[in-house]
Design a protein around this ligand. Structure first.
Ligand SMILES: O=C(O)CCC(=O)C(=O)O
Ligand SMILES: [Fe+2]
Length: 347
């Protein structure tokens, strides 16, 4: 534990981490959203339309289905994706184990400094935000594993081993999906293999504890992901909702499936052909929810722009070029202010 975190430090972390406050009978005022952004209703309307794609078909069919789902919904579920089911179960279990660790262990990883590469934090920006969100998250880079594994938590004992195996498998899957998308968009082979375009891979364990009144609060507010592509492993508990024609629709947890989500960077590269959809996370009154997300990002110095292969044929670019690190900064500011994050980049 860092010397600065004595007993008082642990106490502070224990008060902030929502996973350490399981005894709450009411939603604290600091988590109650203003009426216009509250979910209001507690029930989930299941989304029947979002496709479930079985990747064990021929390649042409996979290309067609993945592209169509990315264009129409920006979200889809994936089965027979090649990642071992045992590994998926083990990772969710070890994630649960992490949040069940004694507060001293969690406090040693806790940090409010967004520049720290591996950190446990709570909500989004706890000290600056007006209202908090009902989520704790452990986030760290994971590619290449050897470069980052030493910064990951040492507890639970199997954490490093399982997170390492899992990130390698999910990276393979993410790269396959990008390859299928590139093919569907008519980009040159290997377009997404450019190192700077896919260099950063982040993994996050999200814990959304039981909540005494899910109508007042959210696990995560409405947002679009900033990166290229997100692979989400959700346990059996409902919570993720996608905004479709003004209605919040829940993504049904399917055993062994991943939820795949197109990020803004990929919407831009595809010149708006693929869509990054708004989503949010509701809490649950009776069950805690655990998810593991893996995000593929370009490196900060990568120039992001609509792919030339797409814009050349009577399809003028809808967005200007920018450095990915600049986009990351404005995305955070705009999302915080409730401004559309693509506005400044739209031509
Ligand atoms: O945990 C979830 O269900 C979704 C998380 C998410 O949307 C995110 O981390 O961007
Ligand atoms: Fe998201």
């Amino acid at each position: 534990m860092p010397p600065s975190l004595g007993r008082a430090g642990n106490g502070g972390v224990a008060v902030k981490l929502i996973s350490s406050r399981c005894d709450l009978q009411h939603v604290p005022d600091s988590y109650v959203l203003p009426p216009e952004s509250r979910p209001g209703k507690e029930e989930f309307v299941l989304c029947e339309n979002i496709p479930v794609i079985d990747l064990e078909r021929d390649r042409a069919e996979n290309v067609r289905q993945v592209l169509k789902a990315g264009q129409e919904f920006g979200f889809f579920q994936l089965t027979n994706h090649g990642v071992s089911k045992t590994l998926m179960t083990d990772v969710l279990e070890v994630a649960e184990g992490f949040f069940e660790l004694p507060i001293e262990d969690k406090a040693s990883v806790y940090s409010e400094d967004p520049k720290r590469s591996c950190r446990l934090y709570t909500s989004i920006d706890y000290d600056k935000e007006k209202v908090h969100f009902w989520r704790d998250s452990l986030r760290h880079p994971c590619h290449p594993v050897d470069e980052h594994v030493q910064s990951w938590p040492e507890k639970p004992v199997r954490y490093r081993e399982l997170a390492g195996k899992y990130s390698v498998e999910v990276r393979k899957l993410s790269m396959l999906l990008l390859e299928l998308i590139g093919e569907g968009l008519g980009l040159e082979p290997g377009f997404f293999e450019r190192d700077e375009l896919n260099r950063v891979q982040l993994m996050a364990l999200n814990c959304y504890p039981r909540c005494p009144n899910p109508s007042l609060t959210l696990g995560l507010p409405r947002h679009r992901d900033v990166n290229l592509i997100t692979v989400l492993l959700q346990g059996p508990v409902l919570g993720l909702q996608v905004l479709e024609d003004g209605q919040w629709l829940a993504l049904q947890p399917l055993p062994g499936a991943f939820v795949i989500n197109i990020g803004l960077a990929l919407q831009i590269i595809s010149n708006g052909s693929l869509r990054s959809a708004e989503h949010r996370v509701m809490t649950n009154r009776t069950l805690a929810r655990m998810t593991v997300t893996t995000f593929i990002h370009p490196s900060g110095d990568c120039m992001v722009e609509p792919a030339k292969g797409i814009t050349k044929n009577h399809n003028p670019p809808l967005y200007r070029s920018f450095l990915y690190k600049d986009f990351l900064s404005t995305y955070i500011v705009d999302t915080y202010e409730g401004e559309p994050p693509l506005k400044r980049y739209t031509l």
